[in-house]
Design a protein around this ligand. Structure first.
Ligand code: GLU
Length: 305
């Protein structure tokens, strides 16, 4: 099913719905990541789509051992089972390298050794000063993509139209970091294309990454996709629950309560009759009754379990 508000050349979209959940294994799932998983799962299943799993394990220093397996087990305990094999980004380094090479060959990406204080002095929007270098600086350096001074917007299925002025709000952005790790923005675009993803449903904190991803898709001649950004869960102080901030791991022995609360968070008004049902029956109800338009159209929502 196509999002009727999408203006990005719908004729080029893949015919079937393919969604995905793409956690970074920086710790166990918390309630915030659970609702992102739940929303992408329900939207895929309600549209008779596939739901794929991708572990974004590109930053080993931030990934406690065993987190990937733990996340997968937690999802299974909640009844959220995916289609096909799990894709690990750590197995895709050659593909990212190849794309970076293409961008450099076309002079669309260039080395930059500017420091954080220098970028701060530019007002945190990179001014492109390394664009005109004749030769690469000494390592370490990052690789940045050249942006055009255009306005790039898209229609988010939940949050509505979102527009960024690439030159004044973004600047040339990093696709390989100074520490030589591939940037999230690059890897996510290469893999959404590789996995034939048609619909991305994820947290609002990634809304402003989306123009960068669409820009890269266009540079690389990839397919456009649909986006929907759900509100992020914040605690009583308004802070985002995050794995790095040691938000408490969900307890899958409370799966029934978690799914029920997750559905409430997503505005789906689960009926009392399913409150004590197994996660599988709750999910079945939720697939049949899923309405993405009922997801609150806000950035953040406080929610106490
Ligand atoms: N790996 C990202 C995260 O855990 C999500 C990436 C995405 O959904 O595009 O926040």
């Amino acid at each position: 099913m196509q999002n009727p508000t999408d203006t990005q050349n719908p004729s080029k979209l893949a015919s079937g719905y393919i969604g995905r959940f793409a956690p970074s294994p920086t710790g166990p799932l918390h309630f915030g990541s659970l609702v992102a998983a739940l929303a992408s799962f329900l939207d895929a299943r309600a549209n008779n789509g596939k739901w794929l799993m991708r572990l974004e394990d590109l930053d080993p220093p931030r990934e406690p051992q065993g987190s990937a397996q733990l996340i997968l087990q937690q999802l299974l305990d909640l009844g959220l089972s995916w289609d096909g094999e799990v894709l690990y980004q750590s197995s895709r380094l050659d593909a990212y390298e190849e794309v970076l090479q293409q961008l450099q060959d076309k002079r669309l990406a260039y080395p930059c050794n500017c420091t954080r204080p220098q970028i701060k002095a530019m007002g945190n929007v990179y001014d492109g000063s390394c664009r005109t270098r004749i030769s690469a600086p000494a390592k370490p350096y990052a690789l940045r993509v050249k942006i055009e001074a255009i306005e790039l917007g898209f229609d988010d299925a939940i949050q509505g139209r979102f527009v960024q002025q690439l030159a004044t709000q973004l600047g040339d952005f990093v696709v390989r970091r100074k520490d030589e790790l591939f940037a999230y923005q690059l890897a996510v675009v290469v893999d959404d294309e590789f996995q034939n993803v048609s619909h991305v449903v994820r947290g609002w904190d990634l809304l402003d990454s989306t123009p960068r991803q669409i820009y890269l898709q266009q540079l690389l001649n990839y397919r456009p996709m649909h986006y929907a950004h759900i509100p992020i869960v914040v605690d009583e102080l308004g802070q985002k629950l995050s794995k790095q901030a040691f938000a408490s791991s969900i307890r899958t022995d409370r799966a029934t309560e978690l799914i029920f609360q997750g559905l409430k968070f997503l505005g789906q008004s689960p009926v009392d009759e399913i409150k004590k049902e197994s996660p599988e029956s709750q999910l079945q109800w939720a697939i049949e009754n899923w309405d993405i338009q009922r997801v609150p159209k806000v950035a953040k929502l406080p929610f106490i379990l």
